[in-house]
Design a protein around this ligand. Structure first.
Ligand code: FES
Length: 169
């Protein structure tokens, strides 16, 4: 196996040389480059940190949740965040798509994760918003504003906005 590994940097494959079927190539961070892709950073820096976020919204985009919304919700929300200037900086809100959480009956599910290592609000961490495909743009904007202002979402939106979670005590 090791002999078939090709270091994508040293072999000068940052150009248009995608990984072929059966080929195993590692990028500089030691991750396998996916078939059909080329690891091609603009300004290569193996130790560059990932971008800061205050809040990470994990939006389920799997079979059932994805169909609940009629639009590409993640892209749409990113556009709103850009418009609110929350796509960068210390209050950045990041949107990521996920697979099924096994909570499809509450679709479209969106987990709120706060960056408690930095400036995230711990009380908003690990909350699960439900039926988010029914939210209007104004409702999303309101949620983004509440997050930036460090408001406690449960106090502002009420329990009914969230998926209840069994807690062991
Ligand atoms: S498809 Fe979203 S929770 Fe199952």
């Amino acid at each position: 196996m090791a002999s078939s590994l090709i270091n994508s940097h040293s072999s000068s494959t940052y150009g248009s040389n995608p990984v072929k079927k059966g080929e195993v190539r590692l990028n500089e961070m030691g991750s396998e480059v996916v078939e059909g892709y080329t690891c091609k950073p603009k300004d290569f820096d193996a130790s560059r940190p990932i971008m800061h976020y205050k809040t990470l919204l994990l939006l389920c985009d799997d079979e059932r949740c994805g169909k609940a919304g009629k639009i590409d919700k993640a892209t749409h929300l990113r556009d709103i965040l850009k418009d609110m200037d929350l796509n960068k900086g210390e209050n950045r809100i990041k949107i990521s798509r996920t697979g099924c959480y096994g909570a499809c009956r509450y679709r479209q599910v969106c987990q709120v994760t706060e960056n408690t290592q930095a400036n995230g609000e711990p009380k908003n961490n690990a909350l699960w918003l439900k039926h988010t495909h029914q939210y209007t743009d104004d409702e999303w904007r309101n949620i983004f504003k509440l997050l930036v202002d460090g408001k406690i979402l449960v106090n502002e939106l009420g329990d009914e906005a969230f998926i209840p979670m069994k807690v062991y005590s």
